[in-house]
Design a protein around this ligand. Structure first.
Ligand code: GLP
Length: 244
């Protein structure tokens, strides 16, 4: 779906998420959201916070799982996704802190393997993701599933692509400070979500969006796996859609 501008599109996405939360509330159920970081979802979070402040939306029944976190990374570091999520959403809504799940960038190396298995199991035990929000990296990554990621991959530690580290360099004051690894949900984790909403804005995403939507399904562009998902929408502004 192509929109004139990101602000308008983000409002519609926020409304879809809010409607799902309320619908689940009405049924006395938890709403399990998979959340993304990066600049793309910021306006969606802004809108959700506004709805909460206006008394129109509660997060009491919401459980969240974030896609990824740099590794190693301390939560209090301002580049952490932990910090990002609290700054843009969690600090401003009534979510129960126990319902927030973000991969822990401080897990000791020897515990990583088990930690990732447990993260995956926790999502499963919550009944799976009702809705997964996604951005897309210039490499075609979703979460931090870089080119080469297998369709069956689960939550794991991954080595970041050089392009991804270049793109993150300005946030870290130089590429040498960008972590080389990250913990990410896998492709299979994401593909099990009942609904997926991918967001992309601006010219710099237009080439990778064309590959994602019109290209062959390939592990070299992990976002192309989404073509196999039954309930995915890609939300674009005119610029991101310009190569389609
Ligand atoms: C990072 C995140 C991704 C995100 C991507 C795009 O790599 N791990 O989840 O989709 O950035 O970021 P932006 O939305 O800022 O373009």
């Amino acid at each position: 779906e192509v929109f004139e501008d990101a602000a308008h599109a983000s409002k519609l996405v926020a409304h879809e998420i809010a409607d799902l939360i309320k619908q689940k509330q009405g049924m006395g159920e938890q709403c399990v959201l998979g959340l993304a970081t990066g600049s793309s979802p910021i306006k969606v979070y802004e809108e959700l916070v506004n709805m909460h402040k206006e008394g129109l939306l509660s997060f009491r029944n919401v459980v969240t799982f974030n896609l990824d976190e740099y590794y190693p990374m301390q939560p209090e570091n301002r580049q952490s996704y932990y910090h990002f999520m609290h700054q843009h959403l969690f600090d401003h809504v009534d979510i129960n802190p126990e319902n927030i799940n973000i991969p822990d960038g401080e897990v000791p190396v020897e515990e990583l393997h088990q930690y990732c298995i447990d993260y995956e199991m926790k999502i499963k035990h919550c009944g799976g993701l009702d809705l997964q929000l996604l951005g897309i990296g210039r490499t075609g990554h979703i979460g931090f599933n870089e080119p080469g990621s297998h369709y069956n991959s689960g939550t794991r530690i991954i080595t970041l692509d050089h392009i991804t580290r270049v793109d993150a360099a300005s946030d870290f004051n130089g590429i040498e400070n960008v972590p080389k690894k990250a913990i990410t949900m896998g492709i299979s984790t994401i593909m099990k979500a009942k609904r997926i909403i991918m967001l992309a804005w601006g010219h710099k995403k237009s080439d990778i969006i064309k590959e994602t939507i019109e290209g062959e399904i390939t592990s070299e562009v992990p976002a192309t796996y989404l073509q196999r998902h039954k309930n995915t929408v890609v939300i674009l502004d005119n610029e991101a859609a310009s190569e389609l």
